[in-house]
Design a protein around this ligand. Structure first.
Ligand SMILES: [Cu+2]
Length: 495
């Protein structure tokens, strides 16, 4: 057993050593489109068969020492990959590394993500934290995870111990996370990596680590598979931001204060940042189910290649034959394409068709006249939202509509700058039939509590990351101000 572990570490170390040898390219070209790319899906939307592959591969990797290898790599690089512009590219590359190792076990492995934003109000009630998936709070004096597919496993770094979780509010409760409205606001406000990185790292990223506790608040947090599904989600949100006009945006500095560009090296990997900047290209041969190739605001040439790959896969599976990644002769030389569960950009169509049902649900108070002109309103959103909400997941889409139809223009200006103009058009009745609800209107039978105020990240967490305590406070204060401004505007969240 020990021998096997060292053999694995030796192999991985040699890969890493070889990786560190070559010089930094001065002008790395933008990477080519992947010939094939799989789809990372939300963990709860996996089929039983897909989840069975994921869970058994993760356990096998843990058994074979890969779990502690990734915990080790993360720990070794901890102080250089957090709190600076390495954060997003390193963690994207890290999840790719994990996924590629996992694909040695099963070629159909694609890392699922956990849409933590949809669970922000009461994270401990998430189905992801049940026996069906990754299990819940640790049990007993040591806080060992004892349900879900990771039940009673030992993890191996920095020493052998049971996998520990300790939910941060005590009594099995997790402090609230961040509402989709806040993430949407970050996506709309930020135009540089130097803004986007801390806005995300100091909010949702930290809150989820702290919420789960145990191994997740240590430098070796990759011991817990929760790390991977959480970081896949952070990566997905980066992709959403990128696809809203920031595809190639990389700036700010690294831990040494050197400027970061797409030609900088990803720490611990022998690759320029450019190799992971565009999903479906370079090293990043995957997409997220919320933003498939056909929905992307990408250069047409690149997405054409990806779209044709997906289309090919669609035609394969329409024969009733599942593409399992094997060539017709049964060999596994060719990388597979995972057929996406959702096809033909359902997000946008569902969203706009869904306007009518949202109205019925009492999201807006619309009178009979307004109902008559729903078609016009639909068309308005279709036109006006184009390019603004494209590529966003459903929860962000719905928040966008709720926000733009209910917040006054001055609040939109401050927090949702890309929708400020739409808000003004609605306020000035330029959109026939869509009447802004009265301030403080009461939605009958649909009383929803305000967005909870996000808790601070805590001094221990700040210290471990060498974050400036004042900076942590500043970001938390911004999130609190956001919640306050929405409350002052009598904003009623969707659920
Ligand atoms: Cu990390």
């Amino acid at each position: 057993m020990k021998l096997a572990f060292f053999a694995v570490v030796a192999l991985a170390s040699s890969l890493l050593a070889a990786a560190q040898g070559s010089p930094k390219p001065d002008n790395s070209p933008k990477p080519a489109a992947c010939t094939t790319a799989g789809v990372r899906k939300e963990i709860r939307s996996l089929t039983d068969a897909e989840w069975s592959v994921v869970s058994s591969v993760v356990l096998a990797m843990n058994r074979d020492g890969w779990g502690r290898w990734f915990a080790y790599v993360h720990t070794q690089n901890f102080n250089t990959i957090h709190g600076n512009s390495q954060f997003f590219p390193f963690h994207r590359r890290f999840t790719i590394d994990y996924e590629q190792i996992a694909q040695r076990y099963s070629s159909s492995f694609y890392l699922p993500y956990w849409d933590t934003v949809s669970d922000y109000r009461a994270p401990q009630t998430s189905e992801v934290l049940t026996n069906k998936y990754i299990g819940g709070n640790g049990q007993g004096a040591n806080g060992c995870v004892s349900d879900g597919f990771l039940a009673n496993i030992n993890v191996g770094y920095p020493n052998t111990h049971c996998l520990v979780r300790k939910f941060d509010k005590g009594d099995g409760i997790i402090n609230s996370w961040y509402a989709p409205e806040y993430i949407l606001s970050i996506i709309q406000r930020d135009t540089t990596m130097a803004q986007f990185r801390p806005d995300m790292e100091m909010s949702l990223h930290g809150a989820v680590h702290l919420g789960l506790g145990g191994d997740m608040i240590e430098q070796w947090s990759p011991n817990d598979f929760a790390f991977m599904v959480h970081h896949a989600n952070m990566d997905r949100l980066w992709d959403q931001w990128q696809d809203n006009g920031n595809t190639w945006v990389m700036d700010g500095v690294d831990n040494k204060g050197a400027n970061m560009t797409i030609d900088s090296q990803i720490l611990a990997y022998n690759e320029p940042v450019s190799s992971v900047m565009q999903l479906g290209h370079g090293s990043a041969c995957y997409y997220y189910d919320t933003n498939l190739p056909g929905d992307r605001n990408l250069p047409s040439q690149a997405s054409a290649v990806a779209q044709s790959a997906v289309a090919k896969d669609k035609s394969n599976s329409s024969n009733g034959k599942k593409n399992n990644g094997e060539d017709s002769d049964g060999s596994k030389k060719t990388k597979r394409i995972v057929h996406p569960a959702k096809t033909n950009k359902p997000e946008i169509d569902d969203f706009f068709l869904g306007v009518a049902s949202d109205v019925a649900a009492g999201v807006q108070q619309l009178n009979e006249d307004i109902k008559d002109s729903l078609e016009e309103v639909d068309q308005f959103f279709k036109d006006a939202f184009k390019g603004i909400t494209k590529g966003l997941s459903k929860s962000l889409h719905k928040s966008a509509q709720n926000v733009v139809t209910t917040l006054p223009p001055n609040v939109l200006d401050k927090w949702f700058p890309k929708m400020a103009g739409l808000g003004k058009d609605i306020a000035n009745n330029k959109v026939t039939g869509l009447k802004r609800p009265q301030k403080g209107h009461n939605i009958a039978n649909k009383a929803v509590a305000a967005i909870p105020v996000p808790p601070t990240l805590g001094s221990k967490w700040a210290k471990m990351h060498k974050f400036d305590a004042a900076e942590v406070r500043r970001y938390n204060e911004k999130a609190r101000q956001f919640v306050q401004d929405l409350q002052d505007a009598q904003y009623v969240p969707l659920k």
